[in-house]
Design a protein around this ligand. Sequence first.
Ligand code: PLP
Length: 402
Amino acid sequence: MIHTGRHFLQIPGPTNVPDRVLRAMDRPVIDHRGPEFAKLGIEVLEGLKAIFKTESPVVMYPSSGSGAWEAAIVNTLSPGDRVLMFETGHFSNLWRDIALRHGLTVDYVSGDWRRGARPADAEQRLKEDKAHAIKAVMVVHNETSTGAVSSISEIRQAMDRANHPALLMVDTISSLASMDYRHDDWGVDVTVGGSQKGLMLPPGLSFNAVSDKALAANKTSKMPRYYWDWLEMLKPNHSGFFPYTPATNLLWGLREALLMLHEEGLDNVFRRHDRHAEATRTAVRSWGLEVWCADPKDYSSSLTAVLMPQGHSADRLREIILENFDMSLGTGLPKLAGKVFRIGHLGHFNDLMLAGALGGVEMGLRLADVPHKSGGVTAALNNLATTIQSKDQINRPASVLA
Ligand SMILES: *Cc1c(COP(=O)(O)O)cnc(C)c1O
């Protein structure tokens, strides 16, 4: 089938890249050791701090998010160290695998993939660890394979109640710039981020926000590192430069994306994601289908995973929707393959894009003969129309860039 108009990229990352960002990147490559670059480097490195809500440095790599996962580990820990992690889904599994490959001992709290990490589990494990053998608590904030969020502030409180000195490391790759996140307030030591989800950029950049305590751990960590070394980065970063060739044109895109987030205001960005998630769940329930995340307090605002009725393949539905309506939806990851599909509603997105995306799902359910009730889109539109953001909210002064 020949497709016209724009492709609907409704996977939970990479997300739709705004035309403004595409245009900002469409320019000749400049000398990354020259004065024009230094200005750009300082602008984006400083601007990122407001997104992580931190006064500490943010280190940036020309890599996918997985690189920043590895960087968090090799900069702070030593082979043989013990870490505490939580099975929230596919992405917590991957981060655990990276930890194991680096010779760490992982205490992995098992989970059913339908909710976030439980702060009570963290508190119990840490209280039992009287000798303070656990060197880091590592959590995925928004588990992109399931659409379930872990409360980082509550995990911080659990660590404090246990009076435990472990580092707190958090993966925010699919929550940063979509859901409330506070590196400093929540006492996070390393925040891991990526460019291609809430930040509205193409894939290719990753981030570590780094606390003073994490920097101190870097001094005693015995993991070999070169490419990922924070200290090698921070030296030239002070004057806006990088130790090796940065992803120059992505940085122009990042500059534009930071401006866009600044113009909208981070609080409005979060509210927008909350509204779109709520409207999506309304549609899912009206279809008579099930939201995969089982605990309402853990609902993700950046994506919704939808459980298929028994005997119906989520991947066949996705294929039919792609073929007929030119929309990509997220596949079910390993354990959930064929059982769930995921609707991404994060990043560069608005009410009518959501209406179109949900319309594509509803028509797809019909074409694929999946048992469902009609009216999901109408219910979502009613939800959107009654929760429209007032001008007051939209015009509230933005506080994204310093
Ligand atoms: C996308 C994602 C990753 C992996 O990032 P890559 O850029 O594919 O390496 C890791 N964690 C979470 C939570 C993600 O959503």
